[in-house]
Design a protein around this ligand. Sequence first.
Ligand code: MN
Length: 172
Amino acid sequence: MGQKILVVEDNELNLKLFCDLLRAHGYEAEPVRDGREAVDRARAFRPDLVIMDIQMPHISGLELIEQLKADAELRVIPIMAVTAYAARGDEERIRDAGAEGYVSKPISVMKFVGAVADLLAARPAARPAEAPDRVVPPQAPAVPPQDSPTERQDDLPLGHPGEGRDPDDSGA
Ligand code: MN
């Protein structure tokens, strides 16, 4: 059974694209169309990763990230934010809210799948509940800090906002 990913996205086409991509890579994808259901669905589905659209009706992805990170049980689940409007400062706000990863729309398939794999790899595979005296910190970095940053320059998993993209994305 593949690792479980909760996909919170109000846009039906993006939701299908993300879920199809994840399933094609062996993950179990669970779609959530209404952000107001996201926290309850995360509690029920117990995903290994949450993919979070930022621009949604009723409740913003930023607010949902803060809610998930304020929950003692759910905060360990890594969150990858996906946003269409990558204005200056957006990535910082998303990371300040607690998201561990960030990709901008329109997504690059390679970056999207790479970011998913990196975030899942940063997590311990076993649930700490089975060894309560040996809890691994969930925030352990995927790459040891002594690694030279230039070694990974070609395949950075996380997109950078504002690189001349047309912000008028239909997937918002
Ligand atoms: Mn949206």
